[in-house]
Unconditional design. Structure first.
Length: 260
């Protein structure tokens, strides 16, 4: 699986550093550049999930950049921002493919929310393509099934662990009696955690067994950062939920449940 990277274009060094710091703190791999020309060079060398660009740049402006970027990668997510917004420029930004338009300075949380939505869309699209590719490969391969690297024992549709109540059939989750709204990937991860409480689960185990994705250890680690960040954010909406998923540096993650 490819890493879902963000390409940030901002010609003001201090603003660029502040935005990059916020995105990295939210768990996103970020490459930041100061010009549209540098951004196009990055897009020509490698794939990004999202282009986040200021519109007022020195030589080539953000509008022209978005058009050229989409020509390189038609599926690239685009978010534009500026400190000098007018109705005309907002309309032009959307015509150039921007999905969101933000005004600087972007309030805390708003930037991260829009970036999360853009990354979610890219992730779902790439997962679907990846799974379809695997299905096509399997359909053309005749071989004996191999034993999985990790246990895939069947579990009851409904199970409880600590404050969590999970109904796999209805895809419903309750935490301390409060219902949570989770994406498909978040639900799969949490369900897998719940079946292995207080056990350290490796990055590869979680991506392979919980999300049904095959990637190398480095990709698995990077991929899980954003997944776990979003899942933690969902759990944190309920008091006490922010302490459930614990990182084990270099090893993986665990669902920490107090022993009865």
């Amino acid at each position: 699986m490819e890493l879902l990277r963000v390409l940030l274009v901002e010609d003001e060094p201090v603003v660029r550093m502040m935005i990059e710091t916020r995105l990295r703190a939210a768990g996103y791999p970020v490459t930041s550049v100061s010009s549209a020309e540098a951004a196009l060079a990055q897009l020509a060398e490698g794939r990004f999930a999202l282009l986040l660009t200021d519109l007022h740049l020195a030589a080539m402006d953000g509008l022209a950049l978005m058009l050229k970027a989409r020509a390189i990668d038609p599926e690239l997510e685009l978010i534009a921002f500026t400190a000098f917004a007018t109705v005309e420029i907002v309309i032009k930004a959307f015509q150039c493919g921007a999905r969101h338009f933000l005004c600087k300075p972007v309030p805390p949380g708003e930037l991260e929310q829009h970036v999360a939505h853009a990354i979610d869309r890219q992730r779902e699209q790439r997962e679907q393509r990846f799974l379809l590719q695997q299905i096509r490969q399997v359909s053309h391969t005749v071989a004996e099934p191999r034993a999985p690297a990790y246990s895939t024992a069947r579990y009851e549709h409904r199970h409880s662990v600590g404050p969590l109540r999970i109904d796999a059939e209805r895809r419903q989750v309750q935490l301390f009696g409060t219902s949570l709204s989770l994406s498909q990937s978040e639900f799969l991860l949490l369900s897998y955690f719940a079946r292995h409480p207080n056990a350290v689960l490796s990055h590869e185990q979680l991506t392979h067994e919980a999300l049904n994705l095959r990637c190398d250890p480095r990709e698995a680690s990077e991929l899980l950062k954003s997944y776990i960040h979003r899942l933690r954010a969902r759990l944190a909406t309920v008091q006490g939920g922010e302490r459930l998923i614990v990182s084990k540096r270099g090893a993986g993650y665990l669902l920490q449940i107090a022993e009865a």
